[in-house]
Write a protein that binds this ligand. Structure first.
Ligand code: C2E
Ligand code: CA
Ligand code: CA
Length: 760
């Protein structure tokens, strides 16, 4: 009865402890010793079973029981040996296991016939060897391991009771064994728990060490709260500790436009809709300094609840370096102004956006000579001063860029590029009229300026730059600071002239064309002798454009005919108005294109117009260019005669550049020649004066009136007068005037002829 209870107690303890050890191993597989010793405990259940079988009676039962006891004892010894090896961190290599098993089986076969006491004695001796080895291995580890070794030794010694004393101690041995086993099991569990704790602490320490010393910022975020921030993160944001943060983290560090997106991203990460996210952007340190950060984030469990872990890399330095490189690549070293590649980028951008702009290329006149005279360092100072002065003068109006050496680009975006160009040019003229602000020097500079307008002169950056450059070189021919618009008017090429045609048609339909009137005066008295009507086009979104920009396109597309009629009608209507107002008038000259004159109906149409508006024919005159007359002399002769017969006078325009022969001059029914501006410009230079003198002499012989065009200075006026020409037209006397202003001129001249007429 007693022995049976003892056996049950033994079985219960072995089962309980074995299961507990295995369960502990199941939780933490790294502790393999738990499995081996747990299995040894379970195997030990075989001992009381074997005992029961052995003592059941009869020789076969005795032998079977002995075999069970022997097998159990050996298996237990083997498993404990393996467990101890693990516990001592010296696991037995897997390939040795079969050898071990074979050895134990062989020992079992040898021991089986020896009888139970000898057999138990041998197994106990084997256990003793294992226990002593365990003690030797585990002793240095101290703590629970040392206690386990001690308990194992005691357990082994306990096993010697039976072989040494005899079956009468079996019950005592079993009770002591059970208690020792219980203690051993608990000790091992304790060791396992301690090892687990140590291991996870070590892992935590390692991870903590990694984040605490990381150069990357690490943060844990939940909702609006920062739950954790490593030192690097605090450093990146300019903080000493998280306690310094008194506002919501996102509000303090993020541009407002990104906050909503960030909250949404956080929600998706936390909910698992998104497993990982990477982004980068502008953030602010707590002192307000902008920084550039790159982020990677994913979801983690933090204190049992989902949170977002963010790893932050500070890329401010790289960003700044890239920006500096970019600045270097797009800016001029000497003046700090944007350079040619910056201009090209801007032009591409504006052209792509179809935005209107004026581009003025400004080249300093004779800068090479200046450099030679004063040395390159003064030259550099001049360029720096010029760049600075241009930037100041044009601030808010145009971007100033330096393209190289003494060449600058002034870019004025805007819907009315023509006006923008005029404003910029005016500002530059005013600037260059003053000495450059250079300490210790007083330098005046002249510059030649080429102007292009987008989209009037072209639509792609290359074409615009070429045209501006050509215009600038053209401007170089004029001494002093001078401005030249690009030559190209509408883009050539099939598709684009279609575009010009559309625009012209719309302009005609919407009455966007009007006339301005430039006075012709007597150079001696200043008396008003007549007006020249000059066409203007007020293009919506572009501004006022001059005839150079649309007459050629109108001629190319044939629209010059309706446009010319419109202009004639406007001039007639205006003349009629003045005639009605003052009772008298001065002739108004209208420019006509040769294509209009080639139309046989032209003289009749003009006559009809005059009649309709009630304009005396003597008040209308026409101007045709010399080159047109040369090209179409045959057809023109009859037409001019018809006009002449109507009482309408015709002047040969732009005379002196179109190779007309004296014979042609004589044979055409003309009343005047207008000397081209390019011949007047170099006056009073002696050779230019001589040419004008010769033209005046010929005109006198042929009984033609002579008009000098483009008079800009008093010196030119005096030289022209001395050369024999009295009728003058030019900005010196008056720029082309709006009809009301021209009306005031007319009123003054008809009232009392003014002595000296000057540009008002
Ligand atoms: P144009 O007949 O030789 O007209 C004189 C041009 O010289 C005008 O330019 C006038 O503004 C400009 N001008 C006058 N005084 C000065 C001066 O002192 N300095 C300078 N630099 N320029 C001065 P605009 O108005 O641009 O006309 C250019 C040309 O366009 C005209 O040259 C004429 O050939 C043509 N044009 C103008 N209106 C019409 C028109 O209604 N029909 C036709 N078919 N052609 C026109
Ligand atoms: Ca003219
Ligand atoms: Ca002319």
């Amino acid at each position: 009865m007693t022995i049976k209870l003892v056996m049950l107690f033994n079985i219960a303890i072995c089962l309980a402890m074995g299961t507990a050890l295995l369960a502990a191993w199941w939780r933490d597989r790294s502790q393999a010793f738990l499995r081996m010793i747990g299995l040894a405990f379970l195997a030990h259940v075989g001992l009381p079973l074997g005992w029961v079988v052995m003592t059941a009676g009869g020789e076969p039962a005795r032998l079977a029981g002995l075999a069970i006891l022997l097998a159990t004892g050996l298996a237990s010894v083997g498993l404990i040996a393996l467990g101890v090896a693990y516990l001592a961190h010296r696991p037995v290599p897997a390939k040795r296991l079969p050898v071990m098993a074979l050895a134990l089986a062989a020992i079992g076969l040898v021991l089986l016939p020896l009888g139970e006491r000898a057999m138990f004695g041998s197994v106990a001796t084997l256990q003793l060897a294992v226990a002593l080895t365990a003690a030797w291995l585990l002793w240095p580890q101290g703590g629970a391991e040392r206690l386990a070794a001690l308990l194992l030794l005691l357990l082994t010694l306990n096993h010697f009771q039976y072989p040494l004393i005899g079956p009468e101690v079996a019950a005592r041995q079993a009770v002591v064994g059970s208690l020792l086993r219980l203690a051993l099991g608990l000790t091992l569990l304790h060791a396992a728990v301690r090892r687990s704790a140590q291991e996870s602490q070590r892992t935590r320490d390692r991870l903590g060490h990694l984040t605490e010393h990381s150069h990357q910022g690490v943060a844990v975020v939940r909702g609006e709260h920062l739950l954790y921030a490593n030192p690097a993160l605090l450093r990146i944001y300019g903080l000493n500790s998280l306690t310094e943060v008194h506002t919501l983290w996102r509000d303090a560090t993020m541009p407002e436009s990104e906050r909503q997106g960030a909250r949404e991203r956080h929600r998706q990460l936390i909910s698992g809709e998104m497993s990982q996210a990477s982004w980068s952007g502008l953030r602010y340190r707590f002192d307000g300094t902008p920084i550039r950060l790159r982020f990677t984030a994913w979801r983690i469990d933090w204190d049992g609840q989902p949170a977002e872990q963010v790893v932050v890399t500070d890329e401010t330095a790289q960003h700044d370096a890239t920006a500096a490189l970019l600045h270097q690549a797009t800016h001029d070293e000497l003046t700090g102004a944007p350079n040619r590649s910056a201009l090209q980028a801007r032009l591409r951008e504006l052209c792509a956006a179809r935005a209107g702009f004026a581009l003025l290329l400004l080249d300093v006149d004779r800068f090479a000579l200046f450099n030679e005279a004063h040395g390159p360092s003064v030259g550099d100072a001049v360029l720096r001063a010029l760049a600075g002065a241009l930037a100041t003068a044009l601030q808010g109006r145009a971007e100033v860029m330096r393209l190289g050496e003494d060449e600058f680009a002034l870019l004025a975006p805007g819907d009315a590029p023509d006006r923008a160009a005029q404003h910029v040019a005016q500002a530059v003229r005013e600037l260059l009229a003053q000495p450059l602000p250079l300490p210790g020097h007083e330098f005046y500079l002249d510059a030649s300026i080429g102007v292009v307008l987008h989209p009037v002169h072209g639509r792609d950056p290359e074409a615009l730059l070429r045209a501006a450059n050509a215009a600038m070189h053209e401007a170089k021919h004029t001494p002093g600071t001078s401005l030249q618009y690009a030559e190209q008017r509408f883009e050539h090429g099939s598709g684009l002239s279609l575009l010009a045609e559309q625009a012209l048609r719309a302009g005609l339909r919407n009455e966007e064309f009007s006339l301005v009137y430039q006075p012709k005066v007597d150079g001696r008295s200043g008396a008003l002798l007549g007006f020249e009507a000059l066409a203007r086009w007020d293009r919506p979104g572009i501004g006022r454009v001059g005839p150079h920009e649309f007459i050629p396109a109108a001629e190319r597309t044939g629209l010059i005919v309706p446009l010319g009629r419109l202009i004639l009608a406007q001039a007639c209507s205006q003349t009629a108005t003045w005639h009605a107002e003052f009772g008298r008038g001065v002739p108004v000259a209208v420019n006509v294109s040769p294509l209009e004159l080639l139309d046989p109906a032209f003289p009749d149409d003009v006559a009809r117009l005059l009649r309709r508006h009630g304009v005396p024919p003597g008040l209308l005159s026409l101007e045709i260019t010399e080159s047109a007359a040369v090209a179409h002399i045959g057809a023109l002769r009859g037409r001019l005669a018809a006009l002449r017969a109507l009482g309408i006078e015709v002047a040969l325009d732009d005379f002196g550049i179109g190779f007309s022969s004296l014979n042609m001059l004589r044979s055409l029914p003309l009343h005047a020649v207008k000397i081209d501006r390019s011949l007047i410009e170099p006056m009073p230079a002696p050779d230019a004066t001589a040419i004008v003198q010769a033209i005046c002499a010929i005109a006198q012989t042929l009984k033609l009136e002579v008009v000098a065009e483009g008079i800009e200075s008093q010196a030119q006026a005096e030289a022209v007068l001395a050369a024999g020409c009295t009728v003058m037209q030019g900005n010196l006397h008056a720029r082309p005037l709006a009809p009301e202003e021209a009306g005031r001129w007319l009123a003054r001249s008809l009232g009392a002829p003014l002595r000296v007429l000057r540009n008002p």
